[in-house]
Design a protein around this ligand. Structure first.
Ligand SMILES: Nc1ncnc2c1ncn2[C@@H]1O[C@H](COP(=O)(O)OP(=O)(O)O)[C@@H](O)[C@H]1O
Ligand SMILES: [Mg+2]
Length: 450
């Protein structure tokens, strides 16, 4: 995407930039068609079906009120186009032109900047440097056989994670929780992890106010400075919301291919799935699972699998994806679908947050498939022991509240009652707390009451 944006972009100038960049793709011969149908969600263009591919863009309106949309369906009668801007301003019979697929040209100087799904700056800063290589937001994961294995352990500085679900370079981890349980806050804390050269953050489907709060208050200035932030708020079109995480992934791939260790954060994958569903429904796909279309379930793993290790000796993309799970609904189709693609799950629980314990992570249901690689035998035994004590403590909570517990009868339970509350205290951290340096040692010191 050519980024010749004005310093203070408004909707119009952003549109103009998009058109300017679109012109760069225009071939010597313009391929155009005519609008044959208009609905609130899409329009149809007839006469150019044989020349179009899925994912190509269509320019409409030309002078005055240019609009860009993407081809989401092609059939004999014409092409279905979904606009990137929210509303459609098209007349029957008007001409529309093919302008090639969405692309962008990231550059190392994009760190510290906020862009929209089309890669246009939205932070009021200087125009973005146009990088040397064009990349496509939608592309395939690297071939599995050529990929390196997941790399070394990185400390996140979040004690609960470093002890119970240790993170490795190139790992793909989901953070599963209901709304308001602390996903975004935890993501911002993970963004402070050392060992990453570049952070790419996609914020999808949040309200504008929440986005500002996250970027300006929750994220530390140090994390912000090394992060490229791709934002698509809830009031943008589903096209933009579907594109944003793919754009973020393409930016992450660019940095990975430079040899960087990249931390990619997508908040949230669920909102992305909702956008992908809306686009697919408009393209005429049938809904199969709670309103979701089959393509959503093929797109999700395709996106997530682009994160992970790169080629041997090169950079990697460590992916942290937040997943909204509503209430106690463990059959959420999005959560179900991506569980298998991930190699770690961090589960945040409302009952823990309600007790004021943050991060509200449940160590009993959270797992990292790589923990065995990271832990020493002693650490493994210790973590197992902690989990057993926590399980005992939680199982006997009601009994103890009702006064049915007297110390001295059950040494295991006595130990749980003595240790677990201190363990819980030791795991408490908020974004302003000091980062953990050596989680196991700190924990040992705290349990001894030092
Ligand atoms: N580590 C934490 N320490 C203290 N409070 C927290 C922490 N994490 C979350 N909270 C509280 O929970 C609220 C919701 O957190 P947020 O991260 O926005 O949740 P989500 O992204 O899951 O909707 C925050 O405004 C804050 O009050
Ligand atoms: Mg959030």
């Amino acid at each position: 995407m050519h980024a010749d944006a004005r310093p203070a972009p408004n909707a119009l100038s952003r549109l103009a930039d998009a058109v300017a960049s679109a012109h760069a793709d225009i071939e010597p011969v313009r391929v155009g068609g005519q609008i044959s149908a208009v609905t609130p969600a899409f329009y149809r263009v007839s006469g150019i079906s044989p020349f179009l591919k899925l994912g190509e863009r269509i320019l409409l309106g030309g002078e005055g009120r240019p609009q860009i949309g993407e081809v989401v369906r092609i059939d004999d009668g014409g092409a279905t186009v979904k606009p990137f801007e929210g509303s459609i301003d098209a007349r029957l019979g008007e001409r529309a032109y093919r302008i090639g697929p969405v692309s962008l040209s990231p550059d190392a100087s994009w760190r510290g900047r906020v862009v929209d799904a089309l890669g246009r700056p939205i932070d009021g800063g200087a125009p973005l440097v146009v990088g040397e290589h064009r990349v496509m937001p939608f592309s395939d994961p690297p071939p599995a056989m050529n990929r390196a294995r997941v790399g070394r352990h990185v400390k996140t500085g979040v004690r609960a994670i470093d002890i119970f679900t240790p993170l490795c370079l190139g790992q793909r981890v989901g953070i599963f929780a209901g709304s308001g349980v602390g996903k975004s806050t935890l993501l911002s804390m993970i963004a402070g992890a050392e060992g990453f050269d570049t952070i790419v953050i996609a914020l999808v489907g949040e309200r504008g106010r929440e986005v500002r709060e996250f970027l300006e208050e929750t994220l530390t200035p140090a994390s912000r400075a090394r992060a490229v932030m791709v934002v698509s708020t809830s009031d943008e079109s589903p096209m933009m919301r579907q594109l944003a995480p793919n754009t973020a992934m393409a930016v992450a791939e660019y940095f990975r291919d430079r040899g960087d260790q990249v931390l990619l954060i997508i908040d949230s994958v669920t909102r992305y799935a909702h956008a992908a569903r809306d686009v697919a429904l408009a393209a005429g796909e049938p809904a199969v699972s709670r309103g979701f279309t089959p393509s959503v379930f093929s797109e999700l793993p395709r996106l997530l699998e682009r994160a992970g290790p790169g080629f041997e000796g090169g950079g990697a993309i460590t992916g942290i994806f937040s997943v909204l799970v509503d209430g106690d609904d463990h059959n959420d189709p999005v959560a179900d679908n991506i569980r298998g693609t991930l190699d770690g799950h961090i589960v945040l629980e409302r009952f823990i947050a309600d007790r004021g314990r943050f991060p509200a992570m449940n160590p009993l249901t959270s797992i990292s498939r790589l923990s065995r690689q990271v832990w020493s035998a002693d650490q493994q035994a210790l973590v197992r022991r902690f989990c057993a004590l926590i399980a005992r403590f939680e199982d006997t909570r009601d009994l103890r509240i009702m006064g049915g517990y007297a110390p001295g009868n059950d040494p295991d339970l006595d130990q749980a009652v003595a240790i677990v509350p201190r363990l819980y205290d030791a795991l408490r951290q908020d974004p302003t707390s000091p980062k953990s340096e050596d989680a196991f040692r700190e924990l040992a010191a705290m349990l001894k009451g030092e």
